[in-house]
Design a binder for this molecule. Structure first.
Ligand SMILES: [Zn+2]
Length: 129
């Protein structure tokens, strides 16, 4: 199900949601250690940290989705958000790109990497090294 061509914002959302469940699960484990206050306290704090970090991730999603580019998906016609140079549609996982140079090329997340971008945009500097 989790393919390489999935929307980044969607993936981060899934990650944040799983953090909530991990946090609840860790706190739930703590209930079995009621006889040992130390272990119970540690699991409660750990679980709480997971839940807190998840809300932090949700906040981060809100920040980056304001920076993401809104486009209309040519395949399903719905509005989707693109992060980076290449990203997949949020609704149908169609690979999309903002860079005309990458059009028609096979979807690859390597186009989002810093090293690839600098190599692509500044070939002169790369040769001098
Ligand atoms: Zn689509």
């Amino acid at each position: 199900m989790a393919t390489k061509t999935s929307n980044k914002i969607n993936r981060i959302r899934t990650f944040a949601l799983s953090l909530v469940f991990i946090g609840i699960f860790v706190m739930y484990i703590g209930i079995f250690f009621r006889s040992s206050p130390i272990i119970m306290t540690i699991t409660m704090i750990l679980g709480f940290l997971f839940v807190v970090s998840s809300s932090g991730v949700y906040f981060w999603i809100g920040m980056i989705s304001t920076k993401a580019v809104r486009v209309e998906c040519p395949t399903c016609g719905k509005i989707t958000k693109i992060l980076g140079r290449v990203d997949a549609c949020m609704h149908c996982d169609e690979p999309l790109t903002l860079d005309p140079a990458l059009e028609g090329k096979e979807f690859d997340t390597k186009y989002n990497r810093k090293s690839y971008q600098s190599q692509d945009e500044k070939p002169q500097n790369e040769n001098q090294k």
